[in-house]
Design a protein around this ligand. Sequence first.
Ligand code: NAD
Ligand code: NA
Length: 396
Amino acid sequence: MIIEPRMRGFICLTAHPDGCAQNVKNQINYVKSKGAIHGPKKVLVIGASTGFGLASRITAAFGSNAATLGVFFEKEPAPGKTATPGWYNSAAFEQEAHKAGLYAKSINGDAFSNEIKQQTIDLIKADLGQVDLVIYSLASPVRMHPVTGVLHRSVLKPIGNTFTNKTVDFHTGNVTQVSIEPANQEDIDNTVVVMGGEDWAMWTDALKSAGVLAEGVTTIAYSYIGPEVTEAVYRKGTIGRAKDHLEATAFEITDSLQSINGKAFVSVNKALVTQASSAIPVIPLYISLLYKIMKAEGVHEGCIEQMQRLFAERLYMNAPIPTDDKGRIRIDDWEMRDDIQDRVKALWATATTENLSEIGDLAGYKQDFLNLFGFGFDGVDYNGEANEMLQIPSIS
Ligand code: NAD
Ligand code: NA
C-alpha cells in the first residue's frame, strides 16, 4: 500500500518499510566509511530496534564484523496496518547483515520478562555459545515486574516543586510555557523500577548463571545528564532518579562479574531526537537550539555517529576505558562543551514562536522525527506501493 505519515502527538501511527531500510543502510554506510574497529565479536543488544540500541547493533556488526542478537518489543504488521519502525529497521538490518555474511537474529517480546530472558539464553547457547558484549538500551514507559507481577509506569515529572519553563510543540513550532506538577514518592519509585538498573542487573545475573557471558565480558547501559534548563524535568526529576539508580547499578554488576573479569559501564550520550526523548517536555526545545549550534560548529552527531565514536574512541581503543570522576563514559562531551552550552543558554532566554525557526533548528528536529518512522529520506519512492507486511527473516 501507499504509506503516509499519520501524526498523533508524540508519535506517528505509520512507518515506512523502505524508508526504515534506507535509514539502516545510511547508518551502515556511515560505520563502514569510518573503517574497521577492533571491537566485539558476539553481541547481545537489548533494545536493538531503534535509537541508540539499533546504532550500537549496526556499529558492532558493520564496524567489527560481530554476530548480533537483538531483543526488542515491536508491533508486527497486519494487513492494511504498518508495523512499528523498529520492526522494519530490524528486518532491514538482518537482511543487510546476512548479505554481508554476518550472523543476525532477533527476539521480539518483553525484555523485562523471565521468558524473553530464557529465550535469549537458549538462543545464545544454541548459536553463539557466549557473548562478549551486552548492550542494554531499553526505553520504556512501563514494566511488568517479573517477580511481583505489578505493572509499573514511569513518569516524567520534577521533584519537590512545580516546574515552569518554555517548551515547543515541534509540529507547529509553538513555544509556550509549560507547568509540571511535582512527582509524589510513588511516581519516583515507579520510574526507578521501570528505567533504573534492576532489570539490567537481572539480565546480567541470568546470563552469567547460564554461562553465556564470555571471560572479560563488557556490558553497557545508556544515560543522560544535560544542561541546567532541563535539569528540573530530567536529571533532577523522576527520570534522573532512575538514571542515578542505573549508574549505581553498573558498580554492582561489575562486582557480580568479578569471577569472569567482566565490567559494566554507563555511557552518557548526547541529546537526540528519538521516540523516547520526543515525549519529554522542554527537551525538544533544548534539542532544536542545541542542533543549531552544534551543526554550526560542525560537531553535530546522530545516534550512529555517537555509537561509532563510543566503540572506536572509548570502548575498543586497546587502552583503559576513559571515564569521568563517577566512572561514567562521556560521549556527551561535545554537547556539554562550555561554548556550546553558553550559546544554547543565551538562545533559550530569547526563544519564541516567532524566532524559533531562525534561531533554532526546528526543521532539523522535524526531519529527524520523520526519519524515525522511515519518512523524509532521499532515494525512497513514497508514492509507490510499499510492502507493509515485510517480515524479519529470523522471526518469520
Ligand atoms: P528508543 O525508544 O529509540 O529505543 C528503545 C528500545 O527499547 C527499542 O528497541 C524498543 O523496542 C525497546 N523496548 C522498549 N520496551 C521494551 C520491552 N518491554 N522489551 C523489549 N524491548 C523494549 O530509545 P533511545 O532514545 O535509543 O533510548 C535508549 C537508551 O538511551 C535509554 O536508556 C535512554 O534513556 C538513553 N538515552 C537517550 C538519549 C536521547 O536523547 N534519546 C540520550 C542519552 C541517553
Ligand atoms: Na535503543
